[in-house]
Design a protein. Structure first.
Length: 309
């Protein structure tokens, strides 16, 4: 299912435990990404490929630039926080402390209005071992606390929206399903949940993890334990393209670069056996896929205008 000529390059052999949540920041020409159990926010300079790191005491599920100023919105442990990108100073904005202590935030993304969508999951007791249906999906608009949307989620993962902003796409990794919801951009409400892609029909794909959207409205999905990224038509469920990568545990992806023509991909090494690490020594690296037949779009930023800090 590969189409055209593309090139896969290693941009950073990070040896990340669970590299996740890449987002390209045009103003700085940096790729922001996190290592969840490594508890770091990273800033990869795409000119000289130097990587700056902020260390925290809690797991880091995701990081997103704000619309104004230089602060970042991030999910740390059970909290949504504002982070100073220079010092790493943290201000908690809200939390899910009413959930079990073994719950943490995972993948998060902003919609066009700058509303943060963030999901939770149970912490793993061993690689791949966790309580099922412990997670939830929330949104946060900067006013009050979290707004709850979806219950009984196992591993809350990829989020994205259709080009016309009438549909939201969402991944729960363990059922191997990608869902669509009717989406009201004004109110932030979702409804009419449907399964649009069932990853379990091809076991070689592994689990659907993070995802992003291209300029044609198609979805690019990272295949955890599948060693690839895949491109899908969300309207038909057709798999349009599949690109193998030199790591098995592919976690997420985003488009970046000045013209958003490069697909940046994160991966993980956590839980890999010595045999797997020997076969895939680039586990935990960040990759760049160039020469694709389509470009991406800028990521949405968090609307911090309602937050006074």
């Amino acid at each position: 299912m590969a189409a055209g000529s593309y090139q896969v390059d290693v941009v950073l052999d990070a040896k990340a435990q669970i590299g996740e949540g890449p987002v390209y920041e045009e103003e700085t020409n940096e790729l922001l990404w996190v290592d969840i159990p490594g508890k770091t926010i990273n800033f990869l300079n795409l000119k000289d490929f130097s990587n700056r790191r902020l260390q925290f005491t809690k797991t880091v599920g995701a990081v997103i630039p704000c619309k104004t100023g230089s602060n970042l919105i991030a999910v740390l442990g059970q909290s949504v926080c504002m982070v100073d990108r220079t010092t790493g100073d943290v201000k908690e904005l809200c939390s899910v402390q009413r959930e079990k202590e073994t719950t943490r935030f995972n993948d998060s993304k902003c919609d066009k209005s700058g509303r943060l969508w963030c999901g939770t999951m149970a912490m793993e007791t061993a690689p791949g071992v966790l309580e099922e249906k412990q997670g939830n999906l929330y949104s946060f608009d900067g006013i009050g606390g979290l707004h709850h949307h979806v219950s009984e989620v196992t591993i809350s993962n990829g989020l994205e929206w259709s080009l016309d902003n009438t549909t939201m796409y969402y991944i729960d990794s363990i059922p191997c399903e990608v869902y669509s919801f009717k989406y009201d951009e004004l109110t932030g409400q979702i409804s009419d949940k449907k399964v649009i892609i069932d990853y379990s029909t091809d076991k070689a794909l592994g689990l659907p993890d993070g995802m992003c959207r291209d300029s044609e409205g198609k979805l690019w999905i990272a295949s955890y334990n599948g060693g690839c990224v895949t491109r899908w038509d969300p309207n038909t469920g057709e798999r349009m393209m599949q690109i193998p990568l030199p790591a098995r545990r592919i976690t997420s992806c985003c488009f970046g670069g000045s013209d958003y023509s490069t697909l940046y991909v994160t991966s993980a090494s956590s839980g890999a056996s010595p045999e797997e690490l020997s076969q895939y020594p680039l586990s935990g690296a960040l990759f760049a896929i160039r020469g694709l037949p389509v470009n991406g779009l800028p990521s949405n930023k968090f609307d911090n205008s309602k937050i006074n800090i």
